[in-house]
Design a protein around this ligand. Structure first.
Ligand code: PGA
Length: 253
């Protein structure tokens, strides 16, 4: 089964609307020769219109970093999937560990957001991953299985065409500490096996599982060479087109 590699930037809260076109255009230019790879920039919601305009006519897809599960209503500060689609984005990150850590996101709200995103026709990049404390306490498998089972409850095999899972060990995000390729592969295999239990083995084989956490040009190739690592969710290195393109190049190899 060959799964198309997907490299997505997660800009977090780092790029202004006025800076967005330049970064998207630089990413498009620097990655244009790596056509085998699905390339995405997930931006702050306020940057989406500028990102969509800059990406028009290129191979770069645009996404955002969160969505609400309701279609509209009195949810001050939230953004619906319909708004994201209307603005021209096609992807949304759901359940990033920073949302879980700082904004009260739970497996249950991750589930609501993921299902709403998929139902709307967005590709949901659903993030899971353990903290260092959980890993050291021997709870890695338990945490991953819970995040999968609760976070993806009700997601069907048909829905999986619009699902990407990002494994991001919390201890590796923005810290410069990367999981070793073997450590990452072990968890990716667990994720795929857990997914097989939810939607069937055949469908689970088709779902891309990204690694995220200090991925950069110098370590991307060895991570992406692993059997169940199908791409990357890139924070820091997504803010410089050359670094991001180096990762896309590794995925294209
Ligand atoms: P990082 O972030 O690449 O800066 O570690 C990854 C992420 O949080 O998605």
């Amino acid at each position: 089964m060959s799964r198309r590699k997907i490299i997505a930037g997660n800009w977090k809260m780092n790029v202004k609307p006025s800076e967005t076109a330049a970064l998207v255009k630089a990413v498009a230019e620097a990655t244009k020769d790596f056509a085998s790879v699905e390339v995405v920039c997930c931006t702050p919601a306020i940057d989406v219109p500028a990102a969509v305009a800059a990406a028009a006519g290129t191979h770069v897809g645009v996404g955002t970093e969160n969505c609400h599960w309701e279609d509209h209503g009195a949810f001050t500060g939230e953004i619906s999937t319909g708004m994201i689609l209307d603005a021209g984005a096609k992807y949304v990150i759901v359940g990033h560990s920073e949302r879980r850590q700082y904004f009260g996101e739970t497996d249950e709200t991750v589930n609501k957001r993921a299902r709403a995103a998929i139902a709307a026709g967005l590709t949901a990049i659903v993030c899971i991953g353990e903290t260092l404390e959980e890993r050291e306490a021997g709870k890695l498998n338990e945490v991953i299985e819970r995040q999968m089972k609760v976070g993806l409850a009700g997601v069907t095999a048909a829905d999986c065409a619009k699902l990407v899972i990002a494994y991001e060990p919390v201890w590796a995000i923005g810290t410069g500490k990367t999981a070793t390729p073997d450590q990452a592969q072990e968890v990716h295999a667990l994720i795929r096996a857990t997914l097989a239990g939810l939607v069937g083995a055949e469908t689970a084989e088709t779902v891309r599982i990204q690694y995220g956490g200090s991925m950069k040009p110098s370590n991307a190739a060895e991570l992406l060479a692993k059997k169940d690592i199908d791409g990357g969710l890139i924070g820091g290195a997504a803010l410089k087109a050359a670094d991001f393109a180096g990762i896309v190049a590794a995925a294209n190899a």
